[in-house]
Design a protein around this ligand. Structure first.
Ligand code: FAD
Length: 511
């Protein structure tokens, strides 16, 4: 039975559109999705499930789909990657076309120079709706002296790039992290990405050998001298952003001692404000219990001359990175990161780090900054540079004046910033898809027919996309190649890590 629905379309302070629609009558529509990550695939899945006549084209700048599920999620978390089978089902739907190796609205190209470039304006003119789901492919900087390197040193590396290096993202393969010139790494940040980096650096390489970590990264980790990782945060134990599951994994690493300032930990947990805060949060209570159970104070760990340590440092902000510095009996250390000590102000839920005069320093082979990802603007789409997101009202893109940009939508990390796991991204993508579906029903998105399908194909041919793109079948050939190479090495896949080789395998040129 069909039912008339009324929709009010408003973006904070912008114009208001009110229109009647027949909710059950779903018009055919052609939707382009920019980005073949979790948000792109979940948006497509929802649109296809709720509108049987919609067609979705997914554009991905790399030949390979799956975004951070392939290039971010840690190799020793294979269960998290099960969502790829859902993405495979979406890609196999006859109403979906996968266009790998096509960058949409990418300023400065895709990085490899091998992808076709599709201007966003051309896509918007041909499709009824374009959903931006291009994620967050940049990272935030510390903004401190020495961060950019000196004296031949590359400087502070981003955890994003380090993760991308061990996961095989083509543009990160020249990273060459220093795992040899000292036995310590400093990671700035107290989130799950920081913990992923620490865990990969401290896990015995034999235990990673059966994962899909790249052969190059595994070889470097086998040769690594790193025995100590210090993870530094500006606030206290009650403000950490990582989760208990990831912390528990650290407690299970063989021969690893976990170190932190126990006196501070106990004081924070037992203070009246801390106890009240913990009483209101079972997850945080579990996390603090785990820390209290496993953490040793620095002096106890030193007395035991631990072979490997993972140190959680609180109330410290980096202020400078120096290179080739004299350091006690050690002679010269490759990097020295200097910290300012902080104290906390305010209740635990909103505690602010306030600088004190005290300073300290840690020697290391390299510093990884892990203080958040940031999205990048696409040419032809509004961008909120302060928040590093595409500005939107519940998934509908809005311009600087708060007006809805007709036919343009955003989902995932590009929409709400780099927070949330895959399940959160899925929910978020569904909300954006629902906005698209509503606008199809309300006639805000042009209904498509055979003529508009032909117009899309003409536009793709004119822009050089039709000739250069990687289809889903072609990607599946590459995936089969990776699986076969992985099987030979006892791994789920051996990723191909450069775009030119990917393309030659796909085109049947590789031997
Ligand atoms: C290091 C790390 C580890 C994580 N581990 C977990 C975990 O264990 N469990 C969990 O649930 N979640 C995890 N997450 C979170 C999860 O990865 C994200 O929630 C999710 O990937 C966000 O999806 P997205 O589609 O918004 O972005 P992405 O996954 O980044 O997808 C965006 C896609 O868009 C493509 N793209 C970019 N620009 C263009 C363009 N101009 N044209 C065409 N395509 C473009 C990119 O190549 C990419 O494929 C992790 C995240 C990180 C960073």
């Amino acid at each position: 039975m069909w039912r008339a629905a009324r929709c009010v379309w408003r973006a904070g302070g912008g114009r208001q559109l009110s229109t009647s629609a027949v909710a059950g009558q779903r018009q055919a529509a052609q939707v382009a999705v920019v980005g073949g990550g979790a948000a792109g695939f979940y948006t497509a899945a929802r649109i296809l499930a709720r509108n049987r006549t919609a067609r979705v084209d997914i554009f991905e700048r790399l030949p390979t789909p799956h975004g951070l599920v392939r290039f971010g999620v840690a190799p020793d978390h294979p269960e998290v990657k099960n969502c790829m089978s859902k993405f495979d089902q979406v890609a196999a739907d006859p109403r979906v076309r996968y266009f790998g190796n096509v960058a949409v609205g990418a300023e400065g190209g895709d990085g490899s120079g091998l992808a076709a470039q599709l201007p966003l304006d051309a896509a918007r003119a041909a499709y009824g709706a374009v959903v931006l789901a291009h994620g967050a492919s940049r990272d935030r900087h510390l903004g401190i002296p020495g961060e950019g390197g000196a004296g031949g040193h590359a400087g502070v590396l981003s955890a994003r790039q380090f993760v991308a290096w061990y996961n095989g993202l083509p543009e990160a393969q020249s990273l060459a992290p220093d795992l040899l010139s000292h036995d310590r790494v400093v990671v700035v940040g107290h989130g799950n990405v920081a913990l992923d980096c620490a865990r990969i650096l401290l896990t015995p390489p034999d235990e990673l050998a059966a994962t899909d970590i790249t052969a190059q990264a595994l070889a470097a980790l086998r040769a690594s001298r790193i025995r100590h990782v210090e993870m530094v945060g500006r606030r206290g134990p009650l403000q950490v952003a990582f989760t208990t599951k990831e912390l528990r994994e650290m407690t299970r690493i063989k021969d690893l001692r976990i170190v932190c300032d126990r006196a501070l930990l106990e004081a924070e947990c037992q203070s009246p404000a801390g106890a009240e805060y913990l009483a209101a949060s079972r997850p945080l209570t579990r996390m603090m219990d785990l820390l209290l159970k496993h953490c040793e104070s620095p002096s106890a760990a030193a007395a035991g001359a631990a072979e490997k340590t993972f140190t959680l440092s609180f109330l410290r902000s980096p202020i400078e990175v120096l290179y080739d510095q004299p350091w006690g009996d050690a002679g010269t250390v490759p990097q020295l990161v200097r910290f300012r000590a902080n104290r906390l102000e305010g209740p635990p839920a909103a505690a602010r780090a306030v600088a004190t005069d005290a300073t300290s320093a840690s020697p290391c082979a390299m510093v990884l900054r892990s203080i958040g990802y940031a999205s990048v603007p696409l040419a032809g789409a509004p961008f909120d540079a302060a928040r590093s997101i595409v500005p939107n009202a519940a998934g509908r893109v809005v311009d600087a004046a708060g007006q809805i940009v007709p036919g343009l939508y955003v989902a995932g990390w590009a929409k709400r910033g780099p927070v949330g796991v895959i399940a959160t991204t899925m929910q978020d993508a569904y909300r954006t898809a629902d906005a698209v579906l509503m606008d199809i029903d309300n006639g805000h998105i042009a209904a498509s027919d055979e003529t508009s399908q032909e117009a899309v194909d003409r536009m793709l041919a004119a822009e050089g996309v039709a000739a250069a793109h990687v289809t889903n079948d072609a990607w599946k050939r590459l995936e089969a190649f990776e699986a076969a190479a992985g099987a030979a090495a006892g791994k789920p896949r051996e990723k191909v890590t450069d775009v030119a080789t990917m393309l030659s395998i796909i085109r049947g040129e590789a031997k």
